[in-house]
Design a protein around this ligand. Sequence first.
Ligand code: HEC
Length: 130
Amino acid sequence: MSSQSSLRAWRGHLSVACLAALWLAGCAEDAEAPPPPDPKLCQESTLSYQNFAAPFVITWCRGCHGKDQPVAMRQNAPVGVDFDTAEQVRAGSARILLRATGAAPTMPPAGGPSEQERELLAEWIACGMK
Ligand code: HEC
């Protein structure tokens, strides 16, 4: 076998492997999709931006993600990813949900909020961010 044909054969295997990986990734994504919010939970939810989300982001996020933070204080939080207003928090909610809630949250980088606080954040987002 020339080295070229074995390379071709290897590429063939690789693309099958890639398809399998894509398929698995698709399955994993389905499995991890958050369940739709329980309508009863949302009916009863009293969380609002004022009484919950604003204090949450002030305490846990804005030290780095605030537009008035000098660059040196942002600890590498990307410039422009700011949570100063309800509009910014609502607009960023898909990423906030992904980074700050769930089984393995990655924001804030050093952790901090309790699991219960994170669940409330997910509830506030799932129930329409009133
Ligand atoms: C100590 C500083 C710090 C705090 C506090 C912090 N972040 Fe971050 N954040 C970063 C850094 C650094 C990055 C860029 C690296 C990365 O994405 O992991 C980032 C990136 C992000 C991004 C943009 C990247 C993406 O995945 O879309 C989002 C959204 C985010 N953080 C959300 C939050 C939320 C929500 C909180 C509060 C619960 C928070 N962060 C608290 C430092 C911080």
